[in-house]
Write a protein that binds this ligand. Structure first.
Ligand code: HEM
Length: 308
């Protein structure tokens, strides 16, 4: 054996002995291991078998696949945010690097939304959407988790109730007043529409746990825990502003314009598949979602989502 091979052998011995395993068995296993291929590694067969249409209309495939691409990117975003959330020794450089990655993914989501707005025939959309009711992208759990992981829950509370909330309100109370409850909850009677009822049956328990998990590890709380000098770093502030604006204005408006094209084809709004009062609900100036309020001026906050 060469000196290099001997060293490798020694490291393999150390690795497996440390976990009470016989290194020879693992080395012999290598003899029978399949050589890796692109398709096994990327799991292309599994991935490309996940597109099942409910109708015969070809543009439904564009709709399904674009949603799946979004979910993959949401997963990439959470992958980066969770590395920040679980880092016990967070440095400004690491924080910025991860924030920039997340921003790039959201840039991609925002700029590619034209695939929805321009890439499907309205006539086809208006037909296949009937088979989707009462489902909606609103029911994307990863999108909600990205929000919980990005900011303090108080910033996600419906703007109408936010000022009366204590920062230490219970997760249950916060949850019941999240801005998105407005898509289908009557706050006077507590009654919820099918869109939200179905969503909660599937995910409410997990959402409450996520609210607990990210209470002290969301991006905004972690940003505020960095040394003051680091918090003022112009590049970091720029990255925070960019992320906030891309998620809460640029993406939201791209989404709104797509909805306007399909749900108001003759200038008259039709009901959304999820059933929200979408013309009002989807606009940033009503929702007033702002992940990182301290990186914006009072004036910028007062005019959030206007002039777009
Ligand atoms: C033509 C394409 C689309 C239309 C017409 C549309 C329409 C809507 C409407 C009307 C709502 C409000 C809830 C409701 O009543 O259904 C909504 C919510 C939502 N949609 Fe879409 N959508 C489209 C594409 C997408 C895509 C590609 C995604 C990516 C996953 C997505 C994700 C969401 C999310 C996360 C919400 C909740 C946003 C919030 O609470 O502010 N949508 N959508």
């Amino acid at each position: 054996m060469t000196e290099k091979q001997e060293k490798l052998h020694q490291r393999i011995e150390e690795k497996f002995k440390a976990i009470d395993q016989n290194p020879d068995v693992h080395l012999e296993g290598l003899i029978w291991a399949k050589p890796i291929t692109y398709w096994d590694y990327i799991q292309t067969d599994a991935l490309l078998n996940l597109q099942t249409q409910r109708t015969t209309l070809p543009d439904e495939m564009v709709f399904i696949m674009y949603h799946q691409i979004n979910e993959l990117l949401f997963k990439m975003i959470l992958w980066e945010i969770d590395q920040v959330a679980s880092n016990d020794n967070l440095s400004p450089a690491f924080f910025s690097e991860k924030l920039n990655r997340v921003s790039r993914y959201f840039d991609m989501l925002a700029s590619s939304f034209s695939i929805m707005q321009n890439g499907m025939e309205t006539e086809q959309y208006l037909k296949f959407r009937n088979t989707l009711t009462p489902a909606s992208g609103f029911q994307s759990a990863q999108y909600r988790i990205i929000e919980f992981a990005s900011t303090e829950a108080i910033n996600l509370v419906d703007n109408r109730f936010r000022k009366d909330f204590e920062a230490n309100a219970s997760e249950e109370k916060i949850y019941e007043h999240l801005y998105w409850q407005a898509a289908g909850k009557d706050h006077h009677t507590g009654k919820k529409n099918t869109l939200i009822t179905n969503f909660e049956k599937r995910y409410k328990k997990m959402f409450l746990q996520k609210l607990v998990d990210y209470r002290s590890t969301n991006l905004y709380t972690l940003y505020k825990s960095l040394p003051i000098e680091a918090q003022k770093n112009p590049e970091l502030v720029q990255a925070m502003r960019h992320f906030d604006k891309t998620v809460n204005i640029t993406w939201v408006m791209a989404h709104y314009y797509a909805a306007e094209k399909y749900l108001q084809p003759d200038g008259k709004a039709v009901e959304a598949t999820g059933g929200s009062d979408w013309k009002k609900y989807m606009l940033p100036k009503y929702q007033r979602r702002i992940f990182f309020p301290s990186v914006w001026s009072d004036d910028e906050i007062a005019h959030w989502g206007e002039n777009i």
